[in-house]
Design a protein around this ligand. Structure first.
Ligand code: GLC
Length: 487
């Protein structure tokens, strides 16, 4: 609603004059209502500049965006310092910005594990059921992927868990496994949980667009076990792990020196191996091991709006999300949101006539209707006339574009994705710095953005070099799916 007011002020020709610009800004801030500290991060000079830009001057628009989206090495370095500081706070107290959740995983695999297990993986829209067999020298998996509908994500929680149990029953039947198998099952549940044991964890809050009721505050292992019971399945849920913990463990199965697991996909987060003596808030049972994997829940970093270079577009994405004020780092770096940031930029430049000669598109005005995969596709379009982008814009969004529009759009995508990659490097650099692994660390990285977004990985590595200098070559970013069941 407020966004449309902002848009229409431009559409109706308020283009010049410092006084009018001040009124527009006043209206914008009044209606969209950022707090005074947010205002400090709004690119007010750029918004002011918009008033003076002739409608067709798309070069000025791109320049304006560059000014807002470029993050310098010095800014990155400052962010790493704050990040390390916030990690330390999270290790000391509950409810810190970065939650730093103990995972109860105190050992990394040795590669000698044996046996057959079931595994469930709920990451976002995909839910996977797998059977994993560890045999001498090899790992065999059977799996099936299901789609979690928006109704299930946002409806009553018991229906979501019934759906999981139905998928498992189908998988067992299809693979000739009896329903009373009594097999052990590991549940990769990619949301923040306060763990009370390896097989007990209460959901702290939903992220990534989930809002299913009756789950926050509950032990999700119990909810799953109850659903199995309702469906007559005899299966023992013996472990609950975050996907980052799963990533760390699966990479460590191949390389025991793996120190961290990172997900850059629909959401973003990291887990790493910490010394128990450093986890000041830990009051759980003593363990023979002196280390524990910490699920950082780094996506919430920066939600105090102090550390991150938030633009007006980021704030719009945040405000319109189901979890405003939360997961701000995630909202700047992960796949669920990059397309949404870009969509807001496109709508803005359309409203000022700086893109597509002001042509509006009903499809583009629908929230979350510009996928991050589109950005990657546009960046990969190396044809002289950018014909693939032309087709995408025409067929999906009914937009007629000029070559200049398409080139500008490509630059916009590059700005948003490069900033994301550089900001992701801040978190990685902070982990390596905090754990004092500057002489050598392997970090396992998975997730659709890192795997499929061309050049994303290179931008992460470039930023790591800027941050760590020569030491960056001691940090190995290991990519690859090993035991996660999403082939
Ligand atoms: C979100 C979740 C987190 C998960 C990440 C990646 O940030 O809160 O638990 O690890 O997405 O899937």
């Amino acid at each position: 609603m407020t966004y449309h007011i902002f848009q229409s002020l431009f559409v109706f020709g308020i283009t010049t004059g410092v006084a009018i610009s001040a009124v527009v800004q006043f209206l914008y801030y009044t209606f969209s209502g950022p707090s005074p500290d947010e205002v400090a991060f709004l690119p007010s000079p750029a918004i002011e500049a918009q008033q003076d830009v002739p409608k067709s001057n798309s070069r000025a628009a791109i320049q304006r965006l560059e000014d807002q989206f470029y993050v310098s090495t010095v800014q990155l370095q400052d962010m790493v310092k704050l990040f390390v500081h916030d990690m330390q706070r999270g290790l000391k107290r509950e409810n810190a910005l970065i939650k730093m959740l103990p995972s109860y995983v105190t050992k990394r695999p040795t590669g000698n594990e044996r046996g057959t297990y079931l595994a469930l993986d709920l990451g976002g829209t995909n839910f996977r059921v797998c059977e994993v067999t560890f045999a001498t020298g090899q790992v065999r998996t059977k799996q099936r992927k299901f789609t979690v509908s928006d109704e299930l994500k946002t409806g009553p929680g018991h229906l979501l868990f019934d759906f999981f149990a139905d998928c498992v029953a189908l998988f067992l039947d299809e693979n000739g496994i009896p329903r009373d198998t009594n097999m052990k099952l590991g549940f990769t549940f990619s949301f923040p949980c306060h763990q009370e044991a390896l097989n007990r964890g209460r959901l702290i809050r939903w992220t990534k667009g989930f809002t299913a009721s009756g789950v926050v505050g509950e032990d999700v292992v119990k909810l799953l076990q109850d659903a199995f019971h309702r469906k007559g399945l005899s299966i023992n849920v013996t472990a609950l792990v975050n996907d980052t913990v799963g990533t760390l463990i699966s990479h460590a199965y191949i390389d025991p020196l793996t120190q961290a697991g990172i997900i850059l996909g629909t959401g973003s987060n990291a887990a790493y191996v910490e010394r128990i003596s450093e986890i000041k808030k830990w009051d759980g049972p003593k363990s023979a091991s002196n280390e524990m994997v910490i699920n950082m829940e780094w996506g919430n970093w920066g939600s105090d709006k102090i550390a991150l270079p938030l633009t007006a577009y980021d704030l719009k994405v945040d405000r319109a999300s189901p979890n405003p004020g939360q997961q701000l780092y995630e909202k700047m770096i992960s796949g669920m949101y990059l397309g949404e940031i870009t969509r807001y930029i496109m709508l803005d430049l359309i409203s000022t006539g700086e893109l597509f000669r002001g042509q509006r598109s009903v499809e583009l005005e629908k929230p979350y209707n510009f996928d991050t995969a589109n950005m990657s596709r546009i960046e990969r379009d190396h044809t002289t006339d950018m014909s693939d982008t032309n087709m995408l814009l025409k067929t999906v969004y009914n937009i007629d574009s000029t070559l200049k529009d398409r080139r500008n759009l490509k630059q916009i995508c590059q700005l948003v994705s490069t900033r994301a990659a550089r900001l992701a490097a801040v978190g990685i650099s902070a982990i390596v710095t905090k754990t004092n692994r500057l002489n050598g660390a392997t970090v396992g990285i998975d997730g659709s953005v890192y795997e499929h977004y061309q050049h994303f990985g290179n931008h992460v590595k470039d930023a790591l070099r800027e941050l760590l200098g020569m030491v960056a070559q001691n940090v190995t970013l290991a990519q690859g799916e090993f035991l996660r069941c999403d082939g």
